[in-house]
Design a protein around this ligand. Structure first.
Ligand SMILES: C[S@@+](CC[C@H](N)C(=O)[O-])C[C@H]1O[C@@H](n2cnc3c(N)ncnc32)[C@H](O)[C@@H]1O
Length: 301
């Protein structure tokens, strides 16, 4: 998924509104070239980017280096599979995690969310962005690709944009490098109340505590309701849901200032509002790792 500058700025605003104030230790799972990670390091967060691709991480380090030594020192990279996050970075070692455009590309989304829960401290915040299947269905239908739209609506397709997946075989452990980076952003509220989006479709894969236990397969893009259900099963409580790219698209990067301001206002206004949110190109869920209290009767770790 290519993300234009306008959509990135909107997403960054939502992420910053969701995160605890800097400084804080956070991981960017599948952080790629570091567009988001570097922006966060610039704002004072201590960021570790975990990615399977050495090439992506090299670009990330370069991007960070371009920001100078102070920002560079706040960004580290680890080559590895995000499913191994607790082993790579330490259980409960992070105050926050960001994971954008990875969930719908991995073979086992439940395992990824489980790993994100494992690396977060109790109460830690997760910012989760992913491709919206409802948007893809609408796009396919508007293009006249009705059979594809039908499969997307029914949830029986593995994604036009594909389980592109993993930049290669899983590597674990791996070197830590640093550097420094880019981008700005601004304030903005993130979404409205969570819990809309309709019933959960046939995708249920059953995570820890789930009643169903279908084999983990890459199921492609998700709807809002599906992702919320997966988060719940992984031990998260969803606290906000927003859409990014309801109206904005990559071609909007060159708008004149007045048109751009109107577009930004519009996107901010509808980000948490239905039916707009559920038809956004990207969905952004903010969740908290549930706090488990071992002194409660019936608690089993
Ligand atoms: C589409 S890019 C998203 C990059 C960035 N998060 C963003 O939103 O722009 C997906 C990234 O995830 C990485 N990736 C794929 N599978 C992974 C896995 N299992 N663990 C960690 N990284 C993975 C890829 O190498 C790639 O850099």
């Amino acid at each position: 998924m290519t993300r234009g500058r306008v959509r990135f700025e909107l997403l960054l605003e939502q992420v910053l509104a969701a995160l605890p104030a800097p400084p804080g230790r956070l991981v960017d799972a599948g952080g790629g070239t570091g567009q988001l990670a570097v922006a966060l390091a610039r704002r004072g967060y201590q960021v570790t980017v975990v990615d399977t691709s050495a090439a992506m991480l090299a670009t990330c380090v370069q991007r960070a280096a371009g920001e100078g030594a102070e920002v560079g020192a706040r960004l580290a990279t680890v080559q590895g599979d995000a499913v191994d996050l607790p082993d790579l970075l330490g259980k409960e070692s992070q105050q926050a995690a960001v994971c954008h455009d990875l969930l719908t590309r991995v073979d086992d989304p439940a395992a990824l969310l489980g790993a994100l829960a494992g690396v977060l401290a109790a109460g830690g915040v997760l910012s989760l962005g992913f491709a919206n299947r409802d948007w893809l269905a609408l796009r396919a239908g508007r293009r006249g690709e009705h059979a594809a739209a039908l499969r997307l609506v029914e949830g029986t397709v593995v994604a036009p944009e594909g389980p592109v997946g993993s930049g290669g075989p899983v590597v674990s452990g791996g070197p830590v490098v640093s550097g420094g980076p880019v981008v700005s952003g601004g304030p903005v509220g993130s979404g409205g109340p969570v819990g809309s989006g309709g019933p959960v479709g046939p995708r249920r894969s059953g995570g820890p505590g789930g009643a169903l236990s279908a084999p983990p397969v890459n199921q492609g893009p998700m709807t809002l309701a599906e992702a919320e259900a997966e988060l719940e099963r992984a031990g998260f409580e969803a606290v906000a849901a927003s859409g990014v790219g309801v109206f904005a698209d990559s071609g909007d990067d060159d708008l004149d200032p007045a048109a751009l301001a109107a577009l930004l206002d519009l996107e901010r206004l509808v980000a948490g509002r239905e039916p707009y949110r559920s038809s956004a190109q990207t969905l952004h869920l903010v969740a908290r790792r549930r706090v488990l209290r071992p002194n409660l009767t019936g608690y089993t770790p």
